[in-house]
Ligand binder design. Sequence first.
Ligand code: ASP
Ligand code: MG
Length: 409
Amino acid sequence: MKKILVQKYGGTSVGTIDRIKAVAERVIASYNEGHHVVVVVSAMSGQTDQLIAMAHKISNQPDEREMDMLMATGEQITIALLAMAIQERGYPAVSMTGFQANIITDKAHTKARIMDIPTEKLKNELEKGKIVIVAGFQGVTETGDITTLGRGGSDTSAVALAAVLKADVCEIYTDVDGVFTTDPNVVPEARKIDRISYDEMLEMASLGAKVLQIRSVEFAMNYGVTIHVRSSFNNTPGTIVTREEADMEHVVVRGVTYSKNEVKLTVMGVPDRPGIAATIFNSLAGANIIVDMIIQNISEQGLADISFTVPQNESQKALQVIKGLVKEKLGARQIICDDKISKVSVIGIGMKSHSGVAAKMFDTLANEGINILMISTSEIAISCAIESKYTELAVRALHDAFGLDKQVS
Ligand code: ASP
Ligand code: MG
């Protein structure tokens, strides 16, 4: 039986007509190696943003079903153009929308989850010898409404197709050479990581690395799909994202990430008694606000300060919730909002079996004179909230301290 190859090309890889022609050549080369090829494409770069901007010129809160109808058009353009480019070179190709490819999702418009992909139609086309080009990012509900999978969702479309088609590997083509030890714009010595475990990739993606949509990594982990993140601009092998391998733990820290989109809220002088934290965080959860780091200081006279961080785009909502609470039942002296906060993190499954990583991280930041405002840890990551202006300095110092410019991963 022929092998099935799933390739996904992101927005910059199909950003111009010339780029689309180059992708056609690459797809044909894989087809000529004797594989069945399924290609998933994003919209041309900037297209989805433009569609969203148009909608917001009409309404502050456009209907989500109509947003999906609108956003799904971006990918419909690229599938058709790529199919034409392949046909023009004398090869058989057929484009399919999410609906035509049977990508069935739930009804959660703008952030839908894939429920099922009956593969009969796809396989029929492959059996006919065709290169199948599927629109990423979109699906359809059981009742026929078009949905989208959240920003960056084409990665998840590709991984899901690789899972149901039992492809050996899902190749994600992008505009960088792979997953890096940190952002090369901040640290020029950053290296491409050759192999990384799903868990590490999930932490990297959640903590600030933007190469893959988080959901696509979760999907790959649950279904055992190997992902190969690589550049569509050259032939260099990229980064393999796969299950944990025996020697992966030898590397204590695999990468350093940062996120500048953090806001710290401090509720000063709340009564220090049972139920206060529960009240605050239940109210935030009730408003669907995701809280990241939390810290509580015991101050004098039975009053405590509670600080926590939230994503920047939710800070106003969080502030309203807290103000409401203070008025109604909480009683607090003051609320402070600090938006000049960043989070820097070190990640690696080697932390499970090596001690001293936190100490080294804190030492490194101290040596640079950077004050740590908050700390949070998981089994394979340590994060510190710091003043934003020190972000780049912190990332460079940590990358250096953990020898990431030299390690062989
Ligand atoms: N075009 C969509 C976006 O810009 C999906 C994707 O590119 O993965 O978010
Ligand atoms: Mg993307």
